[in-house]
Design a protein around this ligand. Sequence first.
Ligand code: F6R
Length: 261
Amino acid sequence: MEVIIRADEDAAARLVARIIVKELRANPHLVLGLATGRTMEAVYRLLAQAHRKERLDFSLCRTFNLDEYVGLPSDHPGSYRYSMNQHLFKRVNIDLRNTHLPESEAPDLEAECERYEQLIQRSGGIDLQLLGIGQAGHIGFNEPLSALRSRTRVKMLTPTTIRQNAPFFGGPGKVPRRAITMGVGTILDCRRLLLLATGPEKADIVAKAVEGPITAMISATALQLHSRCTVVVDEPAASRLQGADYYRWIFANEPEWEEFR
Ligand code: F6R
């Protein structure tokens, strides 16, 4: 795992967007894993800008989102399909048929989870998966006690997650209770992982995820098992990291990061 600390939210999102731009330019057929939530909105704004101003081409790219609420129609403003269309897909030249989210209105949810796993496999696997982190340490909707080898499945959301996402729905009572999410095992199968966390409210959980013991209680700790995982944080989110000086030293000296400094 590598941890990169940037001064503020904007600089952190810029670095993440630049990594994605570089990967997409190197491989126009990139299979890109996407996340939703407030943190990602800045990244999608920057990717849309790169499309507009630098002709970043999404026409051959395929995407898989981590998760979707159960039972929400795709045109519901709280659904992740709606959010992705608004923040990214409608703003770039991606073919919507190449954008995938779990179909959470499917009559047989278990079959849908299996179909989603197979679709990822048939696409050759995910090259680069973008991740956020919830305040209880989830990646995707892998809530506490998610098996570290879990695959795409239906999960019940914790009260913490429901509270965290309530503003998107106009109150906790309106947040769906269940979601389909890629499993921790599905995420660990991706070739590269890129997690972005910003803001002081993420400081505690980022420290646990990066420096704490691996535990199913905090699914993000499983990222420590991945051979190519980059965690990008801003200073407020990095404030509880014990190894912050070491991470800064690596970023300042590692040749791979020279073009991003
Ligand atoms: C949603 C997802 C979640 C979010 C996490 C952080 O697709 O994967 O794990 O990334 O809940 O959400 P924000 O960015 O709203 O704090």
